[in-house]
Write a protein that binds this ligand. Structure first.
Ligand code: GSH
Length: 108
């Protein structure tokens, strides 16, 4: 599935250099906790790839130091989960369709 995703993803969204630089600043507060081969994570990564959103990804697999971060912060080991940090708060957003909806609304 990962391989299929890689060969069928197509092109990334192209923005002007300035717009892409702004997006890169804006995604700095986002982190995707994920499992490499999880189909819901693949779907989420694919949407982020197509939207050209270079969001930091952290593995929540057993043995990864980020697994505990997800558990402590989000409350459960379930992926994908998007950690959203703003000036005021940190939110942990579960559910692939909610995450995709969030990034689509925020980065139209
Ligand atoms: N409805 C969820 C399903 C997510 C899901 O089931 N993820 C699996 C990995 S493929 C998981 O984290 N399982 C661990 C668990 O449920 O404890 C979504 O769309 O994000």
């Amino acid at each position: 599935m990962v391989f299929f995703d890689v060969i069928t993803r197509g092109a990334k969204l192209k923005r002007t250099r300035e717009a892409q630089q702004q997006v890169e600043k804006d995604v700095a507060g986002l982190t995707l906790y994920q499992f490499f081969a999880c189909p819901f994570c693949i779907k989420t990564r694919r949407a982020m790839y197509k939207m050209n959103l270079p969001i930091v990804k952290r593995s929540a697999s057993k043995g990864s130091p980020y697994r505990d971060e997800l558990l402590q912060g989000g409350g459960k080991i379930k992926t994908p989960c998007l950690r959203i940090e703003t000036a005021d708060e940190v939110t942990w957003l579960y559910e692939s369709s909610e995450i995709i909806k969030y990034v689509q609304q925020r980065f139209k």
